[in-house]
Design a protein around this ligand. Sequence first.
Ligand code: HDE
Length: 714
Amino acid sequence: MENLQDEKQRDLTINKSDGTNKYLTTNQGVSINDDNNSLKAGERGPSLLEDFILREKITHFDHERIPERIVHARGSGAHGFFEVTNPIPQFTKAGFLSETGIKTPVFTRFSTVAGSRGSTDLARDVRGFSVKFYTQEGVYDLVGNNVPVFFIQDAMKFPDLVHAVKPEPHNEMPQAASAHDTFWDFISLMPESMHMIMWVMSDRAIPRSYRMMEGFGVHTFRLINDIGEATFVKFHWKPKLGTHAVLWDEAQKISGKNPDFHREDLWEAIEMGNFPEWELGVQLIPVADENKYEFDLLDPTKLVPEELVPVTIVGRMVLNRNPDNFFAETEQIAFHPGHVVPGIDFSNDPLLQGRLFSYTDTQLSRLGSPNFHEIPINRSVAPVHNNQRDGQMRQEINVGRVSYHPNSLGGGCPYQAAVAQGGFSSFEERIDAHKIRQRSDSFSDHFSQAKLFFNSQTDTEKSHIVKALRFELGKVETMAIRVRMLGLLSQVDQQLAAKVAEGLGMSVPPKPEMPMNHGVSPEQEATASQEPKAVEQSVRASDALTMLRNPTNTPTIASRKVAIICNDGVSESSVMNMKSALIKQDAKGLVVAPHLGTIVTDTDGAIAVDFSFLTASSVLFDAVYIADGQGLNELSENEDVQEFLNDAYKHCKVIGADGEAVALVSSAPFAAKITNEDNGLVFSSEPGSAAFTQEFTAAMAQHRFWDREENLFN
Ligand code: HDE
């Protein structure tokens, strides 16, 4: 099979336009002589209606906006490729997974869920992780999240969930935040959301970078091989840079200092050639094992522990090119879990089934026409031939008189493809059932996997979950909602509930008040028990569910940013040694000084300043280094420097200092708390030594030094 890596690029080139060295024209191609003045009756007279140039320009401008996505409005994307490393033809006939080395072009979009298009990247939220594969057999979309489970079990509840989390309808507040009454009111009445709540209250919901997140297909899908056999599958993306987060205090500060933090991070990494990379893994579950587990494979609030079914890596995705135009590509891209190719099929997960309707429908309202597949970024590289015609903004000029099938006038074309020739045929699942509105009993264990997740976390991560819940529920004004939530939390973990309650100045209700509505009809409510079932779990804790012990984390500082704090008189060799040590490991040192321009070094050289303390903040960097030299006294009296260091310390980052600069850190307000065990504080009396830079970068590769935090969960 031909490698397609560049085929989508060639395809997009047809639509690219570049005005360099060209005359300005109207949309009709008429050259414009004056783009600065409208046509008027006299120099000071009224504008004339006949000014077609003004009218065209203003009319186009008036219509520049399209509705933003109802969810996942805020996003960033990039081009790249997917390459097979371990083909699985025995499980799927999908051509793009069939041979080692096949490269398929992709476009990937990451997003937050609740906020508007212009909202901050650092909201506490799930992140979308959507990949469009332009395969030779048509477009395949894997539209997942950075969390492997979901809030609800049935598509029927999705509009309710989204209405609850979005800004409240009467006053449109708060933006991009779940910390408000309507969200927690809904959640407190939906015990099925508790597993997902554990994930979104964990640091997974405030990633350090899109490049440092896992991705999950969430639902169980089916793979189909060439003899029609099915295997259940769960999709996983494992990031090469590991899975890392920031702290909530840091996230909130980043939101103010740089709300485009993740967008910029993705863009810059690609521009610098630090191409983000993930492995694609699959959990393969034989159809015969469908009912083997203590959870239902069709229930999207459950994951399959990797201890039960290991993840098999099948390939890697590399993002290596930024879009040319945000609107044309990232905004107009239209994902759909129903875009599948032969070899991939759906399961009966009732959430997935609802999604299969929603995504085309939403593109019709967002992109305005059933021809959205013709927009360049959505266009398949596999040829498209069918009898669909017309509609707004149709681009294709279908020739001939035949637009129906069967036909004799067109010789029966376009032909139907036999399955052996690649025609898609749905998996022939036998279904013999009553038509009912009911949820399976196998969906009613709402707490076991929430417990599994919580029990898997380190004390640091548990304490972050407690603090997140204290923050979120602390913003809830209605006392009854807080009480109900404490009741639900106590069913996940008593100590968790007690710690959250302590922060709220409340106590855990003695008998949890069970919400009356958790996914049952009035008929079921009369007969069924309201107590969710607890099912004995075969896996009690899993490192794959933590971030701090996550097996995906291999130490690296690639693409990390270090603030190098300097003043006039800085030791040039210290700065240069650190910069080159960082570059060698694909990281970057940026000079932060009291003023922009250049600083004069101890050897009368000049070093360019990247940021002043006005334009930078330590929350925008992974680590801080204060270089030896003169001018340090002035820095130690500078409140901006103190805040810089304080935040870096508080956010458990690496702080390094050499020579005279060690004294500056030793006089910082947090100095009294410094312990010998804190390996995140790297000091050296020998300015610029190789041993120092080596120790500094090795410490950075550990991301953060959590032991610095007080009140860890225990
Ligand atoms: Fe979505 N979702 N969703 N969703 N979703 C959309 O489609 C919807 C769900 C996800 O980068 C919308 O084009 C329903 C689960 C991502 O463009 C909309 C249900 C998962 C993106 C929609 C779900 C997702 C969307 C809004 C429950 C993880 C961003 C704009 C039945 C597996 C795609 C759009 C992008 C976007 C509906 C649940 C992921 C309205 C009805 C579960 C990553 O169609």
